[in-house]
Design a protein around this ligand. Structure first.
Ligand code: HEM
Length: 417
């Protein structure tokens, strides 16, 4: 991919240019135009690292639902020269290990359990809004710092049992790891070094917390997982760390972007903002429309375990694809007017297609109910407590991150209700 960056863009075909733009950091603010070119070009486009890109909804669905496509080889594909093993987590495992480990945490994330966090989520949102509105006035507020980061970080840390004074440290280490999820060829030496350091800090920090919970159990998820690890046959020490790593990183780096993307979409579309204000109960449907319209996780990879045919294309064992969720969600063959942000699209009774932002199949996001709850509560507060938004800089700056895509700052002038 680095060679592609150096290529003269004028010598490229429109499709090659779209492939380049879909990975280039300069285009992070709008990958959607390139995705449209890719979808038009066909179901499978030659991509970087010998992969094929999958931009369409139909093929993305088929691949995500078929367990013959493995996610276990992603590390080999994207991080071949990595000097640090990202501790194993079940996102990158196959059954039976995946089933065993996912089963140990799934109870903490059922709709019912998460519904029990509604009151606490509402409280966290209310406190953040009190502060945000008091600090705002004529000054632009960075919505990411004031709301989008602290909400999911607080929720996932409280769920796990990370003490409040350590939340910021957890945020720092997860940022280094989240950036490190991108292909190694896209990372600078400094970013690779930061990932290594972040993984070491993660191991040390959570290693200490695990030791503390062994001595003094608490009513939290870490303690429950420590008990499973003590059992020996249920979970190894590495698996325990890997499980915590994926919960921490996936548990907030993604939702940050969901909240940020939602605020941005509402600011850019005052009619949809007015509609939400007129009916705050639309917050539930609006959360899913933001997920579809501007996906927080833009892509994943899969590798064929056996020979697989998808839409007449034969894939040999070992061949890899990059499934572009962000593109599939905008496929006009699946969604009417896909580029229109419409918060009623998923309102009750609507039979619109499901978006792919939480993935699909075996690895379907375990945290989806929590992410939806956090977003719903954030949108309800926006609907009831914000009279107007103003965006001094559009487009706002984006982080270079490719897989977990989002803004680096969202400065907004907020007029309270
Ligand atoms: C898996 C997206 C929030 C934990 C996934 C996958 C996606 C995703 C796309 C599947 C990846 C693949 O198949 O390659 C998101 C988005 C979120 C979000 C967009 C927020 C807007 C959360 C939260 C948690 C979480 C809040 C936990 C607290 C996980 C875990 C997996 C996962 C553990 C792995 C599941 C498995 O392998 O069985 N997520 N996620 N996610 N997510 Fe999320």
């Amino acid at each position: 991919m680095q060679e592609d960056h150096a290529a003269d863009p004028s010598a490229l075909t429109p499709v090659q240019l779209a492939v380049l733009q879909s990975v280039a950091p300069d285009w992070r603010h709008d990958p959607y135009r390139s995705y449209a070119v890719l979808r038009e070009a066909g179901p499978f486009i030659p991509g970087p690292l010998g992969t094929r890109l999958v931009p369409g909804y139909h093929e993305a669905n088929l691949i995500m639902q078929n367990p013959d496509w493995s996610h276990a080889e992603e590390s080999e594909l994207l991080h071949p020269d990595s000097d640090v093993e990202l501790p194993g987590s079940f996102l990158w495992m196959e059954p039976p290990d995946h089933t065993r480990l996912r089963g140990l945490v799934s109870k903490a994330f059922t709709m019912r359990t998460i519904e029990g966090l509604r009151g606490r989520t509402e409280q966290v949102v209310a406190d953040l809004f009190d502060k945000l509105l008091a600090e705002g006035g004529d000054h632009p507020v960075d919505i990411l710092e004031a709301l989008a980061y602290p909400l999911p970080l607080t929720m996932v840390c409280e769920l796990l049992g990370v003490p409040a004074e350590a939340h910021d440290e957890v945020r720092q280490m997860s940022a280094g790891i989240a950036r490190g999820l991108d292909p190694d060829v896209l990372l600078s030496p400094a970013e690779l070094a930061a990932r290594t350091a972040a993984v070491h800090r993660f191991r040390d920090f959570f290693g200490d917390l695990i030791a503390q919970r062994r001595k003094a159990p608490q009513d939290d998820l870490i303690t429950r997982l420590v008990r499973a690890e003590a059992d020996g046959a249920t979970m190894s020490p590495t698996e325990l760390l890997g499980t915590l790593l994926i919960l921490v990183v996936a548990g907030h780096e993604t939702t940050v972007n969901l909240i940020g993307n939602g605020v941005l979409a509402l600011i850019r579309d005052p009619d949809q903002f007015a509609l939400l204000k007129s009916n705050p109960d639309l917050a539930v449907a609006a959360a899913d429309e933001v997920l579809r319209y501007d996906a927080p996780v833009h892509l994943t990879t899969r590798t064929a375990r056996t020979e697989i045919t998808v839409s007449d294309q034969v894939f040999a064992p070992g061949e890899a694809v990059i499934v572009l969720f962000g593109s599939a969600n905008r496929d006009p063959r699946a969604f009417p007017e896909p580029d229109r942000f419409d918060i009623t699209r998923y309102a009750a009774g609507n039979r619109a297609n499901r978006h792919l932002s939480f993935g699909l199949g075996l690895h379907y996001c375990i945290g989806a109910p929590l992410a939806r709850l956090e977003m719903e509560m954030a949108l309800r507060a926006i609907a009831t407590r914000v009279a107007a938004f103003d965006l001094p800089h559009d487009p706002p700056p984006y982080r270079p991150n490719l897989v977990v895509r989002g803004m680096s700052e969202l400065l907004v002038r907020v007029t309270p209700e």
